[in-house]
Ligand binder design. Structure first.
Ligand code: 5GP
Length: 127
Protein backbone atom coordinates (compact mmCIF):
# COMPACT_ATOMS: atom_id res chain seq x y z
CA UNK A 1 0.00 0.00 0.00
CA UNK A 2 1.34 3.46 -0.84
CA UNK A 3 2.49 5.84 1.88
CA UNK A 4 -0.02 8.62 2.60
CA UNK A 5 1.18 10.24 5.85
CA UNK A 6 4.14 12.47 6.75
CA UNK A 7 4.12 11.07 10.30
CA UNK A 8 7.31 9.02 10.73
CA UNK A 9 6.74 5.32 11.49
CA UNK A 10 9.60 4.00 13.66
CA UNK A 11 8.76 0.45 12.57
CA UNK A 12 9.31 0.98 8.84
CA UNK A 13 11.78 -1.43 7.25
CA UNK A 14 14.52 1.16 6.68
CA UNK A 15 14.33 2.29 10.32
CA UNK A 16 14.94 -1.35 11.24
CA UNK A 17 17.92 -1.50 8.87
CA UNK A 18 19.34 1.69 10.42
CA UNK A 19 18.96 0.20 13.91
CA UNK A 20 20.71 -2.99 12.74
CA UNK A 21 17.62 -5.10 13.43
CA UNK A 22 17.56 -6.49 9.90
CA UNK A 23 20.56 -6.88 7.57
CA UNK A 24 21.40 -5.01 4.40
CA UNK A 25 24.15 -5.18 1.79
CA UNK A 26 25.88 -1.90 2.61
CA UNK A 27 27.43 0.10 -0.22
CA UNK A 28 28.36 3.33 1.59
CA UNK A 29 27.94 5.00 4.98
CA UNK A 30 28.85 8.30 6.59
CA UNK A 31 27.66 10.28 9.62
CA UNK A 32 24.37 11.26 7.97
CA UNK A 33 23.64 8.66 5.29
CA UNK A 34 23.51 4.95 4.56
CA UNK A 35 23.41 3.32 1.12
CA UNK A 36 22.56 -0.33 0.51
CA UNK A 37 21.45 -2.65 -2.29
CA UNK A 38 17.73 -2.83 -3.07
CA UNK A 39 16.37 -6.26 -2.11
CA UNK A 40 14.49 -6.54 -5.44
CA UNK A 41 16.83 -4.86 -7.96
CA UNK A 42 15.17 -3.48 -11.09
CA UNK A 43 18.46 -2.85 -12.92
CA UNK A 44 22.01 -4.26 -12.71
CA UNK A 45 22.74 -1.33 -10.38
CA UNK A 46 19.92 -0.57 -7.96
CA UNK A 47 21.12 0.99 -4.73
CA UNK A 48 19.13 2.95 -2.15
CA UNK A 49 20.56 6.02 -0.44
CA UNK A 50 18.85 7.13 2.78
CA UNK A 51 19.37 9.78 5.43
CA UNK A 52 19.95 8.41 8.93
CA UNK A 53 17.45 10.94 10.30
CA UNK A 54 13.71 10.29 10.53
CA UNK A 55 12.28 11.79 7.33
CA UNK A 56 9.35 10.41 5.34
CA UNK A 57 9.74 12.25 2.02
CA UNK A 58 11.97 14.74 0.22
CA UNK A 59 9.58 17.54 1.27
CA UNK A 60 9.83 16.42 4.91
CA UNK A 61 13.62 16.20 4.60
CA UNK A 62 14.19 19.60 3.01
CA UNK A 63 11.85 21.24 5.55
CA UNK A 64 13.49 19.74 8.65
CA UNK A 65 16.99 18.45 7.91
CA UNK A 66 20.17 20.45 8.54
CA UNK A 67 22.24 21.76 5.65
CA UNK A 68 24.88 19.18 6.59
CA UNK A 69 22.39 16.31 6.27
CA UNK A 70 21.12 17.60 2.92
CA UNK A 71 24.62 18.04 1.52
CA UNK A 72 25.63 14.60 2.79
CA UNK A 73 22.68 12.89 1.07
CA UNK A 74 23.41 14.55 -2.26
CA UNK A 75 27.11 13.76 -2.05
CA UNK A 76 26.34 10.18 -1.03
CA UNK A 77 24.33 9.72 -4.24
CA UNK A 78 27.38 10.65 -6.31
CA UNK A 79 29.63 8.52 -4.10
CA UNK A 80 27.37 5.51 -4.72
CA UNK A 81 27.39 6.14 -8.48
CA UNK A 82 31.19 6.19 -8.33
CA UNK A 83 31.39 3.04 -6.21
CA UNK A 84 28.98 1.21 -8.54
CA UNK A 85 30.89 2.35 -11.64
CA UNK A 86 28.08 4.20 -13.40
CA UNK A 87 29.27 7.82 -13.33
CA UNK A 88 30.51 7.69 -16.92
CA UNK A 89 28.05 5.13 -18.33
CA UNK A 90 25.06 7.02 -16.92
CA UNK A 91 22.54 6.46 -14.17
CA UNK A 92 19.12 7.60 -12.96
CA UNK A 93 18.04 8.74 -9.49
CA UNK A 94 14.46 8.58 -8.28
CA UNK A 95 12.75 9.43 -5.00
CA UNK A 96 9.09 8.49 -4.64
CA UNK A 97 6.98 10.72 -2.39
CA UNK A 98 3.59 9.61 -1.04
CA UNK A 99 0.57 8.22 -2.83
CA UNK A 100 0.68 9.16 -6.51
CA UNK A 101 4.32 8.01 -6.69
CA UNK A 102 3.45 4.68 -5.05
CA UNK A 103 6.10 5.19 -2.32
CA UNK A 104 6.13 1.95 -0.33
CA UNK A 105 8.66 2.55 2.44
CA UNK A 106 7.92 5.66 4.55
CA UNK A 107 11.55 6.68 5.06
CA UNK A 108 13.06 8.96 2.40
CA UNK A 109 15.19 6.99 -0.02
CA UNK A 110 16.85 7.82 -3.31
CA UNK A 111 17.03 4.98 -5.81
CA UNK A 112 20.20 4.87 -7.94
CA UNK A 113 19.64 2.85 -11.12
CA UNK A 114 22.18 1.98 -13.80
CA UNK A 115 24.28 -0.65 -15.51
CA UNK A 116 22.16 -0.88 -18.68
CA UNK A 117 20.12 1.42 -20.94
CA UNK A 118 17.22 2.42 -18.68
CA UNK A 119 14.59 3.27 -21.29
CA UNK A 120 11.93 5.93 -21.05
CA UNK A 121 11.70 7.97 -17.88
CA UNK A 122 8.19 6.80 -16.97
CA UNK A 123 6.67 3.43 -17.83
CA UNK A 124 3.07 4.54 -17.37
CA UNK A 125 1.08 6.21 -20.20
CA UNK A 126 0.95 9.98 -20.24
CA UNK A 127 -2.38 11.40 -19.02
P1 5GP B 1 9.60 2.81 -2.99
O1 5GP B 1 8.51 2.17 -3.77
O2 5GP B 1 9.16 3.13 -1.57
O3 5GP B 1 10.20 4.00 -3.69
O4 5GP B 1 10.79 1.78 -2.93
C1 5GP B 1 11.02 0.92 -1.86
C2 5GP B 1 12.15 0.00 -2.25
O5 5GP B 1 12.61 -0.66 -1.08
C3 5GP B 1 11.76 -1.08 -3.25
O6 5GP B 1 12.57 -0.97 -4.41
C4 5GP B 1 11.98 -2.37 -2.49
O7 5GP B 1 12.48 -3.43 -3.30
C5 5GP B 1 12.97 -1.97 -1.41
N1 5GP B 1 12.89 -2.76 -0.19
C6 5GP B 1 11.75 -3.10 0.47
N2 5GP B 1 12.05 -3.82 1.57
C7 5GP B 1 13.40 -3.92 1.60
C8 5GP B 1 14.30 -4.56 2.49
O8 5GP B 1 13.93 -5.17 3.50
N3 5GP B 1 15.63 -4.44 2.21
C9 5GP B 1 16.09 -3.78 1.11
N4 5GP B 1 17.40 -3.72 0.92
N5 5GP B 1 15.26 -3.16 0.23
C10 5GP B 1 13.93 -3.24 0.48
Amino acid sequence: MAVTSMIYDDNNIFAKILRGEIPCRKVYEDDHTLAFEDIHPQAPVHTLVIPKGKYVTMADFTAKASDAEIAALMRAVTKVAELKGVVTTGFRILANSLGDSMQEVPHLHIHVFGGKPLGAMLSVPRP
